[in-house]
Design a protein. Structure first.
Lengths: 112, 112
């Protein structure tokens, strides 16, 4: 397993805020400008820009300036690394718990 | 989808640090004392205690004082909420991308 991956740090950190998770869900339905997002979340433009920047640095959102509007869309990353880490972790954990269960089953009833 | 869930904030935040992910992986193999963990990660006891406390507050690690040793083990939570959030997010995203693909397929070759 990869122990140090700055992208993973930034990814999980980006997900640790409810507004940022909300922005990802919102952009999952349709692209939106920073102003749209600020209005949706009842937030100042400055506040929303900061959240979008954190998501952008984590690679979860990309933005494009079109005229006077900055359009936000999902990607290029789709939480692949975060999914992979959690999946591997849970698989290893289940394997260990299964092993423990089998051990207890085998030793059941044996004189201690 | 649940937009605000402090437990989810704490869970993702706990995962955003490579040492804390490492601790979870280590405890996934076997329970360990704070001193064991500090030695494994070449860290002071104080530094390790802080990381363990963050994992404990997120419900990912529980500790028990046995004599003079504080033993750490995984649980009670197993990243269920974090897995659920990421899975739902990715499913919705894929559904949207599929829908977009079908739309493009249907409109292909039509005069614009």
């Amino acid at each position: 397993m990869v122990h140090y991956l700055p992208r993973l740090d930034r990814g999980f950190s980006a997900l640790s805020d409810p507004t940022r998770r909300g922005i990802l869900e919102r952009l999952g339905r349709a692209d939106a400008s920073i102003s749209d997002l600020a209005a949706s979340f009842d937030m100042t433009l400055t506040g929303m820009k900061k959240h979008v920047q954190i998501l952008e640095e984590a690679g979860l959102v990309s933005t494009e300036k079109i005229g006077r509007v900055r359009l936000c869309r999902l990607g290029p990353r789709r939480l692949e690394d975060e999914t992979a880490w959690i999946t591997t972790y849970r698989q290893k954990l289940e394997a260990r718990l299964d092993g423990l269960g089998e051990f207890l089953e085998r030793t059941k009833g044996r004189p201690s």
